[in-house]
Design a protein around this ligand. Structure first.
Ligand code: FE
Length: 258
């Protein structure tokens, strides 16, 4: 299995705090069937602004340690980039990194907002030859209130990645319901761990996988799994048609309550 979003590199962000923790996370990833993971430290101005070169260095360092310990896990470089209008330029400068040197870029929205400029920035990234993947839309307040907001950006070519933990309700009932809604309406292209440690936000996806089986068909599960492989090979994924079979009643209920 392949994971496209995790915080296994130590002391670069709020993920692993030491090399020991990175090693424990790597072992847990292997125990859960992962062979390849993309390390995606946060890139956020004035907070976690680790340049691409540091990510490459840390990835190499961890890979060497894992090789010495005979832990069979390939670590690829990446970043989870807070949305700004200069991502494409930053990639050309080496300040930002795409996922595993592909044309796919992991972009994070603010937690509570889906700013008006987001659509423009995502579209510009596409024009610059990249494919934006929106990290965990099911945890964004605006999208939780109205998941159909995401349809516009998907229509124009952006993709989405939800978090395994959201299926368990780790991020709350509303995130869980939103992830189910997005899955059932074909608005999800990747599922990733977003692992930060070996405890609550980990590579242990056993329970979440059981939930997934109850939400979507085996074919759709296979589609999502294959997309990870296509991304790693820098190949295009196929976008499936949106479904409109599921009502949005749950969300209108929430809207009236908040
Ligand atoms: Fe993350």
């Amino acid at each position: 299995m392949i994971d496209i979003h995790c915080h296994i590199l130590n002391q670069l962000d709020d993920g692993a705090k030491s090399m020991e923790q990175s090693i424990l996370m790597a072992q847990q990833a292997v125990d859960n069937g992962f062979t390849d993971i993309i390390a995606t430290p946060h890139y956020l101005k004035n907070s976690f602004n680790t340049p691409g070169s540091s990510v490459i260095e840390a990835t190499q360092k961890l890979s060497n340690v894992l090789q010495q310990l005979q832990i069979p896990l390939n670590i690829h470089t990446g970043q989870e980039i807070a949305i700004t209008d200069n991502i494409a330029i930053n990639i050309s400068l080496g300040e930002n990194l795409s996922l595993a040197k592909s044309k796919y870029v992991l972009v994070e929205l603010p937690r509570h907002d889906f700013p008006i400029y987001s659509e423009e920035i995502l579209f510009q990234l596409l024009l610059d030859g990249f494919i934006p993947i929106i990290a965990h839309p099911e945890r964004n307040q605006r999208i939780m209130d109205d998941p159909n907001l995401i349809k516009n950006v998907i229509n124009r070519g952006s993709l989405t990645q939800i978090t395994w933990g959201s299926l368990n309700g780790f991020f709350g009932k509303k995130s869980r319901k939103t992830s189910e809604y997005l899955l059932k309406n074909n608005l999800v292209h990747f599922i990733a761990t977003d692992a930060h440690n070996i405890n609550k936000r980990s590579f242990d996806i056993v329970a979440a996988k059981k939930h997934l089986k109850n939400i979507i068909s085996p074919e759709q599960q296979m589609y999502l799994q294959n997309n990870n492989r296509l991304l790693l090979q820098n190949k295009p994924i196929i976008q499936t048609e949106f479904k409109t079979l599921y009502s949005n009643r749950f969300f209108s209920f929430f809207k009236t309550k908040v």
